[in-house]
Design a protein around this ligand. Structure first.
Ligand code: ADP
Ligand code: MG
Ligand code: MG
Length: 880
């Protein structure tokens, strides 16, 4: 072993060392270990980066010495030396996080080129002076921007001016002498920009470059990407120092990117792009639009054959799709990176299915590679293929799916408008990782340049954002905010449609249709269903949602809220009469009116879910939610008083205002709601129980089967509450059954959504047939925060500053709220062994929360219908 504390040589790593060496470092080490040609390298560990961050940017002791040691050994192995005028070593300094973050951090190429080494570099490249000077000017530009923070336009302007002066179009048309002159200009510009602080010492450049890569872990786009992908900020990046190989050394050199399968569709076919006489950044940064990989067969047949063989070998080795970067230098192939390829959800399912059928992986292994949250993409609307519209132009199909929206030309604008709920399509000359915040909020992305393997395309696919890239027929004028396609001008906000599966662009908004889940989904989700332990139910309050949920695989309803049934316009008057009743008879009469309406709602839901369990939660919100707003009603009374209108009307308005005031509460969330309301007005739960019983019997009569009725009492804190509510429900149902001369099995349970209920779960369990953890309210009451106030208030600050790892309403707070769930389950089951416990609320559809619920041994999760497919995969993965 030759590694020191912070530095590992290429030969010392392997695929298992991702956490320490980052994905890129571990990947190249593994390839080297397998005998795949990789440029020699060493890796500075993630630990070094983390320790540097923890020390406020100061390097830990010994780090520089370790790097010098690694460099020295690299020099010995290559027979080259950094800064040596005869045999100069050139390196790249590459970022490499544990979980890949394509293009989000910085990389510096060609470090080691200088006025002293340029001649030798040209000589080693068979006298190619142009190449040597081009490498030098690229280095000053990249190092200047990334490490020294010099404004990119300073270099770009000089380059553009030079091209104008020489009367040429392309960078490649500049001669060696032109580039030599440009280098002199660049050096002066850089030195001026830094007030003379530019260094030419390659070792010092290396030190600063490593530091810049560390720092790039904390640049804004990396932070945005981490937040969007739930990657902890504490991991840090590794830094790979790798001998340069040159794809820009002439026509026998090239660079490119390839995937072992199509990451858009999952098809097992050649997918990749390359450029002759170019450096890798040209492809991955989307600066130039590359050529299809198949054409490499013509120009570099040997390297091509070797590449295909290596691709196949790497895929079989990792048992997963590989996304690989390669460079050919003087006909010799080198692999620069391999990672598990980011893919769309549709591709993920097809690949999983194919790889199992090919005998490459087991079902369990295949399931592990499916990102449950990604399944969401399958539920996005698709283009109606019968639209018959003609595309105005076609680009590369970089990321599938349909996007309809108004064009915008700036990532900031896309981010802002998208956040406000507007549908926008981000149109850019090329997309750079700096646009990530706009890409996240846009419906789709259209670019004039760049290929399908650019970082922008990779990121778009990973997020399921449709993207058409390299649409050469479009002209963008960001200053004027116009897009020109085939002579027609589109202004900001004009609606276009992208088809990311075909690359077609339409000059209007086309209709979308609900997506088809397809056979790959059915097959693979079937495997998930086989391995998962927890059930997956849906939250649904009406027949339409219930039917949708069942279609998406829900095994019942875990939460049917009844308040929405009270709110519907046709019953609100009766509900208000019930609330305003002066005496028991009036109230009973109003409830009699509501009962058949509730019954009809339940019948619809029970029919859709026949044969499966349905948990109906009795009325939960405080009564004033059904009344007009206090302020509005006060104004109405005032207006009537002033205009001296109809006396009867005024009288009625006053009466209503009086009731609203009486019902008004300071903290309704903690007020007279849930079972508290039912304790004060037992007629309400009795009416609901009757409606449920009648509906269940009616559905059985019609369909021959009904649902497993589960009646749930909300907001219980005391066992006594549940005991009394249960008695009310049982008495009402007994009467109904007797009147009908029928029998019906049903159960009565409770929601656990208050800390007290979790603590005294043993007492409560005595009267409960089941528990359902209402983790939304349990989060509010357990942490002591009001969701409405927190989400618009301090929560954003807390999450941004890592006081809380995540929004606890999106992903359950495992330690605190999760702790209450665990206590509730343990104590409940301690009293009543095998007590059925589930969870309802948004956490039931969140993959990370689901992983926790598996460990808490819950019986099922319940989530909104459209998250059911996600939950099925997540529940399976939680067991693997
Ligand atoms: P990113 O994280 O942005 O992909 P990389 O470290 O992969 O950054 O570097 C970007 C590109 O630079 C790569 O795609 C590769 O083509 C090129 N590159 C990096 N290191 C070398 C090297 N040693 N020799 C030649 N090209 C390199
Ligand atoms: Mg890369
Ligand atoms: Mg609740």
């Amino acid at each position: 072993m030759t590694h020191s504390t912070y530095v590992y040589d290429l030969a010392d790593g392997d695929a298992s060392m991702r956490a320490l060496l980052g994905g890129k470092g571990a990947g190249v080490a593994e390839m080297a270990r397998l005998g795949v040609p990789v440029p020699d390298a060493f890796t500075v560990t993630t630990t070094a980066c983390v320790e540097t961050m923890n020390r406020g940017g100061e390097w830990p002791e010994g780090l520089w010495e370790d790097i010098e040691g690694g460099l020295h050994r690299l020099e010995e192995r290559t027979g080259l030396k950094l800064g040596d005028p005869e045999r100069p070593l050139l390196v790249s300094v590459r970022s490499g996080a544990v979980q890949s973050m394509p293009g989000m951090m910085d990389t510096i190429l060609n470090l080691g080129v200088s006025a002293e080494t340029v001649p030798a570099l040209a000589k080693l490249a068979n006298g190619n002076e142009r190449f040597a000077w081009d490498s030098y000017r690229r280095f000053i530009q990249m190092y200047g921007e990334v490490v020294e923070g010099i404004e990119p336009h300073i270099f770009e302007d000089a380059l553009a001016a030079m091209k104008v002066d020489r009367g040429v179009d392309q960078d490649t048309d500049l001669t060696a002498d032109d580039l030599k002159e440009l280098v002199e200009q660049f050096k002066k510009l850089a030195s001026d920009a830094l007030g003379g602080a530019w260094t030419n010492d390659p070792k010092e450049q290396l030190r600063r470059a490593v530091d810049a890569v560390f720092q790039s872990w904390q640049n804004p786009r990396a932070e945005i990407y981490r937040r969007a992908n739930n990657i902890p900020a504490s991991l840090g990046t590794a830094v790979n120092v790798m001998q340069m190989v040159f794809g820009n050394r002439g026509d026998d050199s090239a660079t490119g990117v390839c995937f072992t399968r199509n990451p858009s569709t999952g098809a097992k076919e050649l997918y990749g792009e390359f450029l002759v006489n170019a450096q890798g950044e040209d492809v991955v940064a989307g600066i130039r639009t590359p050529k299809p990989l198949a054409e490499m067969h013509e120009v570099l047949p040997e390297a091509y054959d070797q590449l295909i063989a290596t691709m196949n070998r790497m895929e079989a080795h990792y048992k997963d799709v590989q996304d690989m970067e390669f460079t050919v230098e003087g006909g010799q192939l080198y692999l620069l990176q391999t990672r598990n390829g980011k893919r769309t959800a549709a591709a993920a399912l097809k690949i999983a299915r194919d790889m199992v059928e090919e005998g490459l992986t087991t079902r369990e292994e295949a399931l592990k590679k499916i990102e449950p949250a990604q399944i969401d993409q399958l539920l996005h609307p698709a283009l109606d293929t019968s639209h018959g519209a003609t595309p105005v132009t076609t680009g590369l199909p970089a990321s599938p799916g349909a996007a309809v929206g108004g064009v915008v030309f700036d990532a900031d604008v896309a981010a802002e408008r998208g956040q406000n709920g507007e549908d926008v399509v981000l149109v850019r000359f090329e997309t750079t990782p700096d646009d990530i915040h706009g890409v996240i909020q846009a419906k789709g992305v259209l670019t004039a340049h760049g290929g399908m393997t650019s970082h922008a395309a990779v990121v778009a696919r990973g997020m399921g954002r449709p993207c058409v890239a390299g649409a050469q027929g479009i002209r963008i004028n960001p200053a004027e905010k116009t897009l020109e396609i085939e002579g027609k001008i589109y202004h900001e906000g004009d609606v276009i449609t992208l088809d990311g599966s075909t690359g077609e662009v339409f000059g209007e908004g086309l209709p979308l249709v609900p997506p088809q889940l397809g056979e790959d989904f059915e097959t693979v989700v079937g495997w998930a269903d086989d391995v998962r332990r927890m059930g997956v139910r849906a939250n649904a309050d009406n027949a339409t949602d219930a039917a949708k949920a069942r279609e998406l695989g829900a095994q019942g309803i875990g939460l049917c809220r009844t308040e929405h049934m009270f709110m519907a316009a046709d019953r609100l008057p009766a509900v208000r009469r019930m609330i305003l009743a002066d005496n028991d008879d009036e109230r009973a009469a109003a409830l009699e009116e509501i009962l058949p309406m509730q019954q009809a709602d339940f019948e619809g839901i029970f029919e859709a879910m026949a044969g499966l369990p349905v948990t109906v939660r009795l009325l939960d919100p405080p009564l004033h939610e059904f009344m007009p707003d206090l302020v509005e009603q006060s104004l109405l009374v005032q207006r009537l008083e002033l205009t001296g209108g109809d006396a009867a009307e005024l009288e009625q308005a006053r009466k209503l205002l009086g009731s609203i005031k009486k019902l008004h509460e300071q903290n309704p969330m903690l007020g007279t709601r849930g079972c508290r309301l039912a304790m004060l007005y037992p007629e309400i739960p009795a009416m609901q129980a009757r409606a449920i019983a009648r509906a269940a019997l009616a559905v059985r009569e019609r369909k021959g089967e009904t649902v497993d009725v589960e009646i749930m009492i909300p907001l219980v804190a005391y066992a006594e509450e549940l005991k009394r509510q249960r008695a009310i429900v049982e008495e009402a149902i007994a009467e109904e059954l007797q009147a009908a001369g029928q029998e019906l099995d049903y159960t009565v349970g409770t929601m656990i959504e208050l800390p007290r209920a979790a603590i005294v779960a043993d007492q409560i369990a005595e009267h409960a047939d089941f528990f359902s953890f209402g983790t939304n309210d349990l989060t509010q009451t357990g942490i002591g925060i009001s969701r409405d106030d927190a989400e618009g208030g301090f929560l954003g600050h807390y999450v941004a500053h890592d006081v809380m790892p995540r929004n606890p309403f999106a992903s359950v707070d495992v330690d605190g709220v999760g702790g209450l769930v665990k206590v509730g389950v343990e104590r409940g089951r301690g009293q009543k062994s095998g007590l059925k416990c589930g969870v309802c609320g948004e956490h039931g559809g969140d993959p990370e929360s689901i992983e926790f619920f598996e460990s808490a041994e819950l019986d099922y999760v319940s989530c909104s219908p459209y998250r059911v497919p996600i939950a099925r995969f997540a529940a399976a993965r939680a067991t693997l």
